[in-house]
Design a protein around this ligand. Structure first.
Ligand code: HEC
Length: 230
């Protein structure tokens, strides 16, 4: 057994030795090896393919996407940033948006609607915004109706945009009190209940509440003038 193993081991050694001798004589082994190596590295097919794919790909993406006209025909839920087509001459060039305006424009009115309707135990004695505010009416229900709040909010405090005023009203309701309402009726801890992003969602939602007014003109001017006694 031992002898056979030794024999087996010796055999390859002898072959290697033979090859070495032969290669020196003919330089055959060396030549063959280098040929094979060369062939393997010569044409890297990966690179060639990549170049072809690249050539086939369009290098420039279409940059001009025609914007659909922001008409009234299609109800766009996220079109809070576009000025409403009102009769008032709004400046077409809006000044640089404030941080709050920009944040609100990027938020989700749908999410804001849900938060607006969510009951919060910690809010005062327990309220949702919708407990006190009608979203589809200008009529009072504990708090002022919020239909068309966008227009009113823009005029409440000079220097504040609609979004900024509404944000203030929610986070710091004492800062401004709507005429005819009690100062501290609205819960004052909304900023502890909702984080800023959630409040921006709510503001984005409130800015979408637009429609035909359902209250009489708050300034009844015609009343006195109508008494025509002759
Ligand atoms: C308990 C009732 C109550 C709840 C709940 C309540 N509010 Fe109010 N809110 C009021 C009252 C009353 C006023 C008017 C007095 C004032 O300005 O503080 C008001 C004022 C406002 C105004 C200003 C309206 C204007 O015409 O200028 C906004 C905006 C508003 N609330 C939004 C909210 C939002 C959003 C929530 C929920 C996060 C909320 N409110 C929850 C009672 C409430």
């Amino acid at each position: 057994m031992i002898q056979r193993q030794l024999h087996a081991r010796r055999m390859p050694k002898a072959l290697v030795g033979l090859c070495a001798v032969l290669s020196i004589l003919t330089a055959g082994c060396g030549t063959m090896q280098s040929t094979v190596l060369h062939k393997a590295t010569d044409a890297p097919p990966m690179e060639a393919e990549a170049t072809q794919i690249e050539a086939a790909m369009p290098t420039e993406a279409p940059t001009e996407t025609p914007m659909p006209p922001t008409d009234t025909s299609t109800p766009e839920p996220t079109a809070t940033a576009t000025p409403p087509p009102t009769a008032t001459l709004a400046p077409t060039e809006t000044p640089v948006l404030s941080p709050i305006d920009r944040m609100v424009a990027a938020r989700d009115p749908e999410k804001g609607k849900v938060l607006f309707e969510t009951f919060q135990e910690q809010a005062g004695s327990g309220y949702s915004c919708s407990n006190c505010h009608l979203p589809d009416s200008e009529k009072t229900n504990i708090g002022p109706g919020l239909l068309n709040i966008k227009q009113r909010a823009a005029t409440r405090i000079e220097g504040l945009t609609a979004a900024e005023y509404i944000y203030e009203s929610i986070t710091n309701s004492m800062a401004y009190t709507v005429e005819g309402f009690e100062v501290d009726l609205m819960p004052q801890n909304w900023a502890e209940i909702y984080n800023d992003l959630e409040i921006f969602d709510i503001v984005a939602y409130l800015l979408t509440l637009e429609g035909e007014s359902d209250i009489d003109d708050p300034e009844p001017v015609a009343e006195g003038a109508a008494s025509d006694s002759d």
